[in-house]
Design a protein around this ligand. Structure first.
Ligand code: ZN
Ligand code: FE
Length: 253
């Protein structure tokens, strides 16, 4: 199984999970169909499934065309069946979805939207986090509460550290500027920022990240750290309050 990163729109990433033995693939969050079809046609791969992390247009925009062209099935969260175009297969929290050699555990991670889910391909240790966990950031809270988003992000803390993270957007550089502002003595973060700049200079994606990197560097996963609370002038605050403050500051950053 390999993951191919497909750039879409201005800063979106869609992902093809390719079974090289069968020449079949799933696509995660096709923002638009054109770049996906190009890759599939050039490489003679048949698309079987369209996996959506949430209903926003920049994650489902290609559903209709791709379903029509490949007769692929659209897979998404059960409670978003009115909002995910052309949905065929309805997923629940904690369910294991399996077809052919594709096998993923589903995590319901509300906050950015109420129906947001994550796909964890546990055999390969690859995780698709949509607009909930970004590299060095997290999604805006559009439909949920701070507490929902905080809980959703905390779920990822227990994943194996080497798990690769594939998120919905190339926001890493901008996110890094926010992290370093309130976590300026974090040496792991400084190293990560150098690597990010190297990659972007070569016009390469900064994705995938890993759980280990995010635990060490992503300020939204570090709200229990006393040093962060101190840098925000929050005394006697708990990690949820700290997280909420960080999310507010980032909205206006
Ligand atoms: Zn979104
Ligand atoms: Fe998005």
């Amino acid at each position: 199984m390999i993951v191919k990163i497909i750039k879409c729109l201005t800063d979106n990433y869609s992902y093809l999970i390719i079974d090289e033995k069968l020449n079949t693939a799933c696509v995660v969050d096709p923002s638009e169909s054109g770049p996906i079809i190009n890759y599939l046609e050039n490489n003679h791969i048949n698309l079987k499934f369209i996996l959506n992390t949430h209903h926003h247009y920049d994650h489902v925009g290609g559903n209709k065309d791709l379903k029509k062209k490949y007769d692929a099935k659209v897979v998404g969260y059960k409670d978003d069946k009115q909002r995910i175009p052309e949905i065929d297969i309805f997923l629940k929290d904690q369910e294991i979805w399996k077809s052919e050699n594709f096998e993923a555990k589903i995590f319901h991670i509300p906050g950015h939207t109420l129906g947001h889910i994550s796909f964890y391909f546990f055999n390969e240790k690859i995780l698709f986090t949509g607009d909930t966990l970004f590299s060095l950031g997290c999604g805006r809270i559009f439909e949920g509460t701070y507490e929902m988003m905080f809980k959703s992000l905390n779920i990822f803390k227990n994943f194996p550290p080497e798990t690769k993270i594939y998120c919905g957007h190339e926001y890493t550089l901008q996110n890094s500027k926010f992290c370093i502002k309130y976590d300026k003595n974090n040496s792991n973060l400084k190293k990560k920022i150098e690597l990010i700049n190297d990659k972007l200079k070569k016009n390469l994606p900064t994705i995938p990240s890993t759980i280990k990197d995010e635990l060490e560097c992503n300020i939204f996963l570090r709200s229990e750290e006393k040093i962060i609370q101190k840098n925000l002038n929050l005394n006697n605050s708990d990690s949820l309050q700290t997280f909420s403050k960080l999310r507010d500051l980032k909205d206006n950053f």
